[in-house]
Design a protein around this ligand. Structure first.
Ligand SMILES: N[C@@H](CCC(=O)N[C@@H](CSS)C(=O)NCC(=O)O)C(=O)O
Length: 288
């Protein structure tokens, strides 16, 4: 909560401090998918947005930056260790200053790129929820805001896939991108949802999280999940409220579906979970 409030109240100050006093983070080089900016309001020009894909785990990483701000502060959501060099190259090519590497939760199927990023780019702060029980520079809580330039993400607790899952939602307001964008991690997938059979998972909680924290957003809010296994890239709240084959059911039916998924455990689970509890590297924070 401490750090969260810090971000809330003094986001610009934080950025200034990072840039001047601590002489922090700077980027490195190249590539990723070149999706256009998806927002349409007058604030469109401010947000640079890229959806990046890691094929072995079918993970999406998201790059967001305020390109109207002189520093072009940027953040990555759910970076993967294998694609860190690609992501950092892109950030460098676009002239952005990476300030945050954040996770929606402790992933079980791949190693987060957060620790590696911190070892390669000085000053980047790692972020994860306090409820995850993981190590990171900033432990966020529901209601916190993560600011980058004049833009921000709001933090919503969406437990169910894991106990510490959060959804990051772009800010509400005329100076923030419209429609809004929700980065749902594994809580809500396109026409699916995260499994609930390990890491403190609970189908009851997931059902409640989606209905209370995601389906209450405006229907045109874009849904950007952490994975897709079928080639989908984006959905909307309205679309999922109509067509999600799990979350459109009543709670009892949903629980039955989740009990009978019969998925095998992720291949990387025994390596990924312990690594991700410490940002993906054994104690990178103390070295950074
Ligand atoms: N086969 C993959 C793991 C696939 C998997 O279990 N995906 C998770 C998200 S990553 S923990 C999930 O929640 N899937 C829900 C679904 O309905 O598919 C591997 O071995 O890594």
């Amino acid at each position: 909560m401490l750090q969260l409030r810090f971000i809330n109240r003094q986001s610009l100050l934080v950025l200034d401090n990072l840039c001047t006093k601590k002489g922090v983070h700077f980027t490195i080089p190249r590539n990723g998918s070149q999706m256009p900016i998806t927002t349409t309001s007058s604030s469109t020009k401010k947000l640079l947005f890229r959806q990046l894909f890691e094929k072995d785990s079918s993970t999406y990483t998201y790059l967001l930056a305020d390109v109207s701000h002189p520093q072009k502060p940027a953040l990555l959501i759910d970076p993967v260790d294998k694609t860190v060099d690609r992501d950092l190259s892109l950030i460098k090519e676009l002239g952005l200053k990476l300030i945050y590497a954040m996770n929606t939760h402790v992933h079980a199927d791949h190693v987060t790129g957060t620790g590696l990023i911190k070892s390669k780019v000085s000053g980047v702060k790692s972020i994860i929820s306090k409820a995850s029980g993981s190590k990171a520079d900033l432990l966020i809580e529901p209601g916190d805001k993560v600011s980058f330039g004049d833009l921000f993400l709001e933090v919503r607790a969406t437990p169910g896939h894991t106990l510490g899952c959060v959804t990051y939602v772009t800010g509400d307001g005329p100076d923030q991108p419209q429609p809004r964008m929700a980065f749902t991690g594994d809580t809500l997938l396109i026409r699916g949802c995260g499994r609930t059979d390990f890491q403190g998972g609970s189908s009851q909680q997931l059902y409640n999280s989606v209905h209370s924290q995601i389906f209450t957003l405006p229907k045109d809010t874009f849904i950007y999940p952490a994975h897709d296994y079928r080639g989908f890239t984006v959905s909307t709240v309205g679309e999922e409220m109509l067509y999600n084959p799990r979350l459109t059911k009543d709670e009892e039916t949903f629980e039955g579906i989740m009990k009978n998924l019969n998925l095998s455990y992720p291949k990387m689970m025994d390596v990924a979970v312990p690594a991700n509890m410490v940002c993906g590297l054994q104690d990178p924070i103390s070295k950074a």
